[in-house]
Write a protein that binds this ligand. Structure first.
Ligand code: GLA
Length: 385
């Protein structure tokens, strides 16, 4: 436990004996955007920013939570209704606790302190990291033995029920199961996953934060998901075997173009083509073909911009500038879109040039960029005896 968190725990809840400390990383999605809730493929990797949660079991049903970085505290009780309108961090932590109680896995409350280094609302899954770190800490405190996929699912459900975002499972899955130096290929239909080595050689993955923020719940995110569902309903009328966009090929889609409003057709074209790109990207990454990987990243960005309609002018500028740099093999927006970050595949020696290109578009390169080096996978790091 970091000394600061220990001090905060002590200040609010006394001697930390009996507490456990869990950590979970944020993630950056390399390719496969808006495919997860369409039963498709995604390829995220974890980043060296994480959330740390300290939790200790109580003997009553109170739930006391302190956000150490913000100096905020909320006291609650497992018997009280949750305030679903809270737009801050509370739904993520309290949601995990309540969800475990609802499922009959816990009966007692907890004292929790958390802090984190994942930038907020930047598309790097700070909320998933918070949910997963909370779930891991509670898993250990209450000896729940949740399997990792069950935990990812539970955290995804928390996001739906308590934060109002109808997200897919990618973020929670990646935070829970991702490992250093590997991308994680997830089949979001079967939930089979494979760690894919990343032989990057003298290249680096660099995340650049546009600084543009948009609330996921308020944004067009849920609307995009609804559009995909509407398209599936139309396609199913024509072909009964279609249960999600995963069942649709580009040929099949072309056949039914006239049945779909132009916007819905474009949304589908993005999802269907993105699934192909993920599988191709995975092959090229594993085989060390970074040129192809970078080309697919660019194609993904343009598809998200033109067909899926989730980019932002600042993100577009950042990508257009980045790909001009000699040594940048690919760039794209990452995460839900509408703001947040780009991810760039860059030759190490081209980093200063990328910085120079990005500087006029962002305030401060040192604060706004992350060069992924050695992320730590999710785990319980300490049990305080
Ligand atoms: C957010 C959601 C994910 C996924 C991405 C877009 O990060 O939480 O489930 O849909 O957007 O790919």
């Amino acid at each position: 436990m970091t000394p600061r968190v220990a001090a905060v725990f002590r200040e609010h809840f006394g001697d930390p004996t009996g507490a456990v400390v869990a950590k979970a990383p944020g993630r950056v999605n390399l390719i496969g955007e808006h495919t997860d809730y369409n039963d498709g493929f995604v390829l995220p990797t974890i980043i060296d920013r994480h959330v740390e949660v300290v939790a200790r079991k109580r003997s009553d049903r109170r739930v006391r939570i302190v956000a150490a970085d913000l100096g905020e505290r909320r006291d609650n009780n497992l018997d009280n209704p949750i305030d679903y309108t809270d737009s801050g961090w509370l739904p993520y932590v309290l949601g995990v606790v309540h969800e475990l109680a609802l499922r009959g896995r816990i009966e007692l409350g907890v004292d929790v302190v958390f802090r984190g280094t994942v930038p907020h609302r930047a598309g790097l899954s700070s909320s998933a990291a918070l949910e997963v770190a909370t779930a891991l800490a509670l898993d250990s405190v209450f000896n729940l033995w949740l399997n990792p996929i069950e935990m990812a699912r539970l955290c995804r459900d928390v996001e739906h029920r308590y934060a109002g975002v109808r997200c897919g499972i990618m973020d929670q899955f990646a935070s829970r199961l991702g490992k250093s130096d590997h991308a994680l290929l997830i089949d979001c239909r079967s939930l089979d996953a494979r760690h894919v080595p990343m032989p990057l050689g003298d290249h680096r993955l660099v995340i650049v934060d546009s600084g543009v923020r948009r609330e996921l719940a308020d944004s067009v995110y849920n609307q995009r998901r609804t559009e995909c569902e509407e398209a599936v309903a139309v396609l199913r009328e024509a072909e009964g075997s279609v249960t999600s966009l995963r069942d649709v090929t580009l040929d099949k889609l072309a056949k039914h173009e006239s049945n779909l409003p132009p916007d819905l057709f474009s949304r589908c074209r993005h999802v269907v083509s993105e699934n192909h790109r993920v599988l191709e990207a995975c092959e090229s990454l594993a085989g060390g073909d970074l040129l192809t990987f970078g080309r697919l990243m660019n194609a993904s960005h343009f598809s998200l911009r033109n067909d899926f309609g989730v980019s932002h002018p600042v993100l577009d500028r950042m990508v257009e500038e980045a790909i001009q740099v000699d040594g940048v093999l690919g760039a794209r927006l990452t995460g839900a879109g509408f703001g947040g970050c780009t991810v760039n595949l860059v030759k190490q020696t081209a980093l200063p040039d990328l910085e120079q290109r990005m500087q006029p578009l962002i305030d401060d390169w040192s604060l706004r960029s992350i060069v992924i080096r050695s992320p730590e996978h999710a785990r319980v790091t300490e049990v305080i005896a």
